[in-house]
Design a protein around this ligand. Structure first.
Ligand SMILES: [Ca+2]
Ligand SMILES: [Ca+2]
Length: 87
């Protein structure tokens, strides 16, 4: 069975609303170069529709990158505004 990356990610985000550890899985999906942080480039490439303003909102330590502890913020914005409405 084939699951598209987008479908997998949407499912992971849906679960992430109620379960913390799933954030780690979703984080790993977006952190493609596996350096432990998510760059704005990775966000725009793998989280469709997200823009730098939203990244800055969640970037609490203002280093321009999304660390794992900042990711739940980004994930919830993504879920609120860019969730696939075609169910
Ligand atoms: Ca990265
Ligand atoms: Ca940061």
């Amino acid at each position: 069975m084939r699951i598209t990356a987008a479908g997998w990610f949407a499912a992971a985000l849906a679960m992430a609303v109620s379960t913390g550890p799933v954030h780690a899985i979703a984080f790993a999906r977006v952190d493609r170069n596996e350096n432990g942080v998510i760059s704005p480039e990775e966000v725009s490439r793998y989280m469709n529709g997200m823009n730098p303003v939203q990244i800055r909102k969640c970037d609490r330590n203002r280093d321009g990158l999304i660390e794992p502890d900042e990711f739940p913020c980004l994930a919830s914005i993504y879920d609120l505004f860019y969730r696939d409405t075609k169910r």
